[in-house]
Design a protein around this ligand. Structure first.
Ligand code: CU
Length: 260
């Protein structure tokens, strides 16, 4: 069913839950489509002019229509209460703890994704809109002690495999939407708000294992909200790496930072 739907590969631990929901919704849609189509054809035939020369102002009466309506409503309620709400609740209510999670800030702007890592101290440096410039899109205040070791990047997000990633998502200008299709993550980025989004990048098949840590086969970050003329080019990349590879990359970045 999943292949038939053309879903991208699943690269996070919660992806299967989302996919199950999508599959169930599609089954319901299929049943409704076939049912409504058949009903339409039936009505065309049953109420044709030849068989009904005089219009009835009362209309057709029957229990079948009501019971199917109720049945559809029940199925929808089950999908909502049994699958959608619990899946959503675990996404938004149970955030991973600060200690176990890999924490990063992502700030959308027209038309790029700015990434800020807190560095070894684990604290994000202060940002100030007055400091925003072409070289410093986040407006990071390097005089702040917490900002000294912060690594910033554009359109490139590095995350560890098998560890919760907690993204503090916001926007500098208009509403964007942070979309990681392979991770089944999508969240609006809203100016003036910092919204936590979390997921656990996972590797479950050999094909995906081969992808880990190879920059040329990164997953894509898409902006999933029409945000302006350059919306189409607002794309970034996520590199899923082992903890060791990520540490090495971080250390590299810290060395670069120290040279400046
Ligand atoms: Cu956008």
């Amino acid at each position: 069913m999943l292949n038939w739907l053309g879903m991208p590969i699943a690269a996070s631990t919660h992806a299967a839950d989302i996919d199950r929901m999508i599959v169930l919704v599609h089954w319901l849609m299929l049943v409704l489509f076939v049912g409504w189509g058949a009903f339409f054809v039936f009505v065309l035939f049953r109420f044709r002019r030849g068989a009904n020369p005089k219009a009835s102002y009362v209309g057709a009466k029957g229990k079948f229509a009501k019971s199917t309506e109720v049945a559809v409503a029940i199925v929808e309620a089950v999908l909502l209460v049994g699958y959608a709400i619990p899946a959503w609740a675990t996404r938004v209510k149970q955030l991973p703890s600060q200690n176990e999670a890999f924490i990063v800030r992502v700030v959308g702007e027209q038309f790029a994704w700015n990434v800020q890592y807190p560095g070894p101290d684990g604290k994000f440096g202060r940002t100030d809109p007055k400091l925003v410039s072409a070289d410093n899109p986040l407006g990071l205040d390097r005089t702040d002690p917490n900002a000294k070791d912060d690594i910033t990047d554009i359109n490139q997000l590095h995350v560890p495999v098998d560890r919760p990633v907690l993204v503090h998502l916001s926007s500098k200008d208009v509403i964007h939407s942070f979309g990681l299709y392979e991770m089944r993550v999508k969240q609006d980025a809203i100016p003036g708000m910092e919204i936590p989004v979390w997921f656990v990048p996972s590797v479950t098949t050999k094909q995906m294992r081969d992808r880990v840590g190879k920059p040329d086969v990164d997953y894509e970050i898409t902006c999933s909200q029409l945000c302006g003329l350059g919306h189409f080019r607002m794309r970034g990349f996520v590199t899923v790496q082992s903890q060791a590879e990520l540490q090495a990359w971080m250390a590299d970045q810290e060395r670069e930072l120290a040279k400046q």
